[in-house]
Design a protein. Structure first.
Length: 343
């Protein structure tokens, strides 16, 4: 029983990342009709926003007064962090420790700008082009962004620490009446799940309860009619592209302590997240979230040794097997609109 609960937690953790990236992909497809294969690169850029802020916080200068002498008898000067100079010892240390959560404030404007530039500078020219053209150009853009990150940050993963308060693990075993240490789960992964739920709920609330969101949903259903009412729906869709980019970026920021950022992490998640979108239903936001968590949980259970002993390698293909089965029986996906992907 404890192994099942642990795999369920692992599945929800993976599903959180899949659902957040798939949510942004679906927002873009549902509003603009664009299959954006550069969305995984936005997730990667978000993770490197956390890396960048952490590096900024560690910039230092030499102390003006020597702290002693080295083994050669020369004066030794300590390195002093700029943030401790500017904000004080206590506040500077706190900011350094909490650099990942603070990266949210750093990443949101950056991701919004990147989203706007992508949409206005490139994506808008492919609205009426076939999906194959959209996939090729956005996949090419993803490779370019990947290589830019590789050039500036190198090819090796860059470890990024969670705040010290969340570096331990939570003992679910004691809480649920099992033996101590039976179910140990890292705090930060629980934080990531809660953060994902908050972002997903915020996006749905924004679309459901704000005037802007209602107009966007109407435009997703019937773009021409909304345009005839004198509403600049294209402007709103551009803003939604920026929001989708911000959602992917935030997913990457908070994932940085879980998986050390590297230049190809966007590609690692992109293919899986696109499968999630197709399984959930192209253009269906609830479907993307449902499929993200469903496939995350299935992948987690498929990685159990008991399952792999019966079906070797099943953990590597389970998502694709499920996708094939669902699309063979329901081509529009679990919650896709009738007619979408069924022609």
């Amino acid at each position: 029983m404890d192994a099942i609960l642990l795999q369920l937690l692992n599945g929800l953790d993976k599903g959180s990342a899949y659902a957040l990236i798939a949510l942004g992909l679906t927002l873009i497809f549902g509003t603009l009709g664009v299959v954006n294969f550069a969305h995984g690169a936005l997730f990667m850029i978000g993770a490197f926003c956390a890396v960048t802020l952490s590096k900024i916080f560690t910039l230092s200068h030499k102390a003006s007064e020597p702290s002693g002498v080295d083994f050669l008898g020369k004066p030794k000067y300590d390195d002093i962090l700029y943030i401790k100079d500017w904000f004080g010892e206590t506040a500077g240390a706190w900011m350094l420790d909490w650099s990942v959560p603070l990266s949210i404030l750093f990443a949101v404007p950056i991701m919004l700008v990147i989203g706007f530039v992508m949409e206005r500078g490139l994506i808008k020219h492919f609205y009426k082009r076939p999906h194959a053209d959209q996939i090729l150009v956005t996949f090419g853009l993803a490779i370019v962004l990947q290589e830019v990150i590789k050039y500036f940050y190198g090819a090796n993963p860059i470890p990024t620490s969670a705040p010290e308060a969340f570096r331990g693990s939570f003992d679910f075993g004691v809480m649920l009446g099992f033996d101590p240490n039976a179910i140990i789960y890292p705090y930060w992964r629980l934080i990531y799940f809660a953060f994902s739920a908050l972002i997903i709920g915020g996006v749905f609330a924004f679309l459901q309860f704000t005037t802007f969101g209602m107009v966007v949903r109407a435009g997703m259903a019937d773009r021409e009619t909304v345009g005839l009412l004198g509403i600049n729906i294209d402007k709103r869709f551009t803003i939604m592209f920026g929001i989708a980019a911000a959602v992917a970026g935030l997913a990457g920021v908070m994932y940085a302590p879980i998986n050390s950022p590297n230049y190809h992490m966007g590609m690692d998640f992109l293919v899986l997240s696109f499968v999630v979108v197709v399984v959930g239903g192209m253009g269906s936001l609830p479907g993307a979230v449902l499929a993200g968590f469903l496939l995350g949980v299935l992948e987690s259970f498929a990685s159990m040794n008991e399952v792999k002993n019966i079906l070797p390698g099943i953990d590597q293909i389970i998502i694709y097997v499920v996708a094939i089965l669902i699309l063979l029986t329901r081509p529009r996906g679990l919650m896709g609109r009738k007619g979408v992907m069924e022609e």
